[in-house]
Write a protein that binds this ligand. Structure first.
Ligand SMILES: NC(=O)c1ccc[n+]([C@@H]2O[C@H](COP(=O)([O-])OP(=O)(O)OC[C@H]3O[C@@H](n4cnc5c(N)ncnc54)[C@H](O)[C@@H]3O)[C@@H](O)[C@H]2O)c1
Length: 252
């Protein structure tokens, strides 16, 4: 056990935002608890952080749709470190199907991962933070919640809108317990996995027509804001949703 701040992150071992947040918080001195549904990558991320920083990191394979597993993982993190100071709800899933054709499985899976997964982690971590009288949470939403477009699929947009509402209410309920809850709404953030799915024109189109700064986002763009929002420097900021989209998102 150390007196470092402890950050619990979901989907922290992929190719995108979660991994960047894990690396950034480790660099900022957190004991990062890396969780991810992908068991091998989860362990590898913790190993890589350990190699980079010369201290061990806890990894826990975790699918956020498994309610019992979330409770166990939070218990394991608390047993290991004694406290959790920061929670980053990064796990997300989407499948784009028009509403008129969407399978109920797609709708339910998206709600389960993106919205209920966020709730489940909050539900497990908040009582601990309330008991300690401190904590900070960042939920990863999306500008999809703000847009009038068929690009993201209604299940994803609705789930991310729900994450924003959940963020505001959780902030309202817990500010007096010393806990801040904010959300980030990324626009298009490049990662190697998306790169394998989408053609170059997809990224170029966003960079040229939507982004005001002529490029798509990097995972580090989101990690920088997450690190700030989790820090004491953001002590007067709670219940907010911030776009990180190169200015592309309508802000509502
Ligand atoms: N990449 C973008 O352009 C973009 C834009 C807006 C919002 N977001 C949101 O940002 C978050 C991170 O997305 P990313 O694209 O940077 O990828 P990422 O690499 O951070 O996340 C992918 C990881 O999520 C894990 N994962 C998937 N389902 C899971 C589950 N049920 N439980 C736990 N882990 C699970 C996978 O194993 C993978 O390692 C998501 O919530 C996504 O909706 C991404």
């Amino acid at each position: 056990m150390t007196d470092r701040p402890v950050a619990f992150i979901t989907a922290g071992a992929g190719a995108g935002i979660g991994a960047a947040v894990s690396r950034r918080l480790a660099g900022d001195g957190y004991d990062v608890v890396v969780t991810d549904a992908h068991e091998r990558r989860c362990g590898e991320m913790a190993d890589n952080l350990a190699a980079d920083h010369g201290r061990p990191f806890l990894s826990i394979p975790l699918d956020v749709t498994d309610r019992d597993a979330v409770a166990d993982a939070v218990g394991t993190a608390l047993g290991h470190h004694g406290h959790i100071d920061a929670l980053v709800n990064n796990a997300g899933w989407s499948k784009i199907e028009p509403v008129a054709e969407m399978s109920f499985e797609t709708w339910q899976r998206c709600l389960d991962v993106d919205l209920t997964g966020t709730f489940t982690c909050l539900r497990q971590v908040l009582p601990h933070m309330i008991e300690r009288g401190s904590g900070a949470v960042v939920n990863i939403a999306s500008i999809a919640a703000w847009e009038t477009t068929d690009e993201h699929g209604a299940a994803y947009s609705a789930a991310k809108a729900g994450v924003m509402a959940l963020t505001r209410v959780a902030a309202a309920e817990n500010g007096r317990h010393g806990i801040r809850v904010n959300a980030i709404a990324p626009g298009l953030i490049y990662n190697d996995f998306l790169r394998r799915i989408y053609p170059d024109e997809f990224f170029d189109g966003y960079a040229q027509s939507r982004s005001l700064v002529g490029r798509v986002g990097r995972p580090e763009d989101v990690a920088d804001l997450a690190a700030f929002l989790l820090s004491d420097r953001a002590g007067y900021i709670t219940g907010e949703v911030y776009g990180v989209s190169g200015g592309a998102g309508p802000h509502a």
